[in-house]
Write a protein that binds this ligand. Structure first.
Ligand code: PXP
Length: 247
């Protein structure tokens, strides 16, 4: 039987809107509470090195206030490792980070940094955090993620979503085929499989239908939809679309 599909709601861009003005509003913790009421299974937040959206105080407030598990996205730096070890969130997701990028553009280069990453994630796993690695749909990266002892890989759906948005349907189909194949490979290697980045109501169904994928992390589109219909209905609709495709 296909396992249930969890939805992690990424609230980074509630903080982006807040930071556009300074001050406290809108409050990411309030967004997290609404996400929970709407049927989210977890909250995801990325503390970037430049603190452009989520702040250290947000992470503290989320850890205090949340009843849902927090998935803490972070770069593989000593600073972020120390913060994660202090808070011990339910999960950490290691992502690549470049200061000049608008968003997390690609997956982590695990294969070239196997030794460093193995040492980097070991204390996080020992502290009880579920360690996930955000990677492109590339067999080299998946095999390396398994070798370094990660529990989870999150497959980057950005290229698949971009191809759809730009009407490049052949590329879109090719990216979906890669994600499908890589979900199977990761599962065979004993990794839990997640997916995310750029997903919308239009692009989520084929990903939600992949039986190996057990969690999706979705943020930017939901916060955008919330402007028009409110956060709770936006998330509820995503749940309905995901669940429909899963069934
Ligand atoms: N998963 C990971 C690892 C991410 O870095 C992001 C973006 O922060 C997401 C999922 C969510 O992407 P989006 O905001 O485009 O839905």
């Amino acid at each position: 039987m296909t396992p249930p599909l969890r939805l992690g709601v990424n609230i980074d861009h509630v903080a982006t809107v807040r930071n556009a003005r300074g001050g406290d509003l809108p409050d990411p913790v309030r967004a997290a509470r609404i996400a929970e009421a709407a049927g989210a299974d977890g909250i995801t937040a990325h503390l970037r090195e430049d603190r452009r959206h989520i702040s250290d105080a947000d992470i503290e407030a989320l850890m205090d206030a949340l009843t849902l598990p927090l998935n803490f996205e972070m770069a593989a730096t000593d600073e972020m490792q120390a913060i994660a070890l202090r808070h011990k969130p339910h999960a950490v997701c290691i992502v690549p980070e470049r200061r000049d990028e608008r968003t997390t553009e690609g997956g982590l280069e695990v294969a070239r940094e196997e030794n460093r990453l193995a040492h980097f994630i070991a204390p996080l796993a020992e502290a009880g955090c579920r360690v996930s690695i955000f990677i492109a749909a590339d067999p080299r990266q998946i095999e390396a993620a398994a070798r370094i002892g990660a529990a989870v890989v999150e497959l980057h759906t950005g290229a698949y979503c971009d191809a759809f948005a730009e009407g490049r349907m052949d590329d879109h189909a090719e990216e979906l085929a890669k994600l499908t194949e890589m979900a199977v490979l990761a599962d065979e290697l004993g990794l839990e499989v997640h997916a995310g980045h750029g997903l919308t109501y239009d692009t989520v169904p084929p990903i939600a239908a992949l039986p190996q994928v057990v969690e999706l992390n979705i943020g930017h589109f939901l916060i955008g939809e919330a402007i028009f219909k409110g956060l709770e209905p936006a998330i509820k609709e995503m749940r309905t679309v995901m669940d429909g495709a899963r069934a």
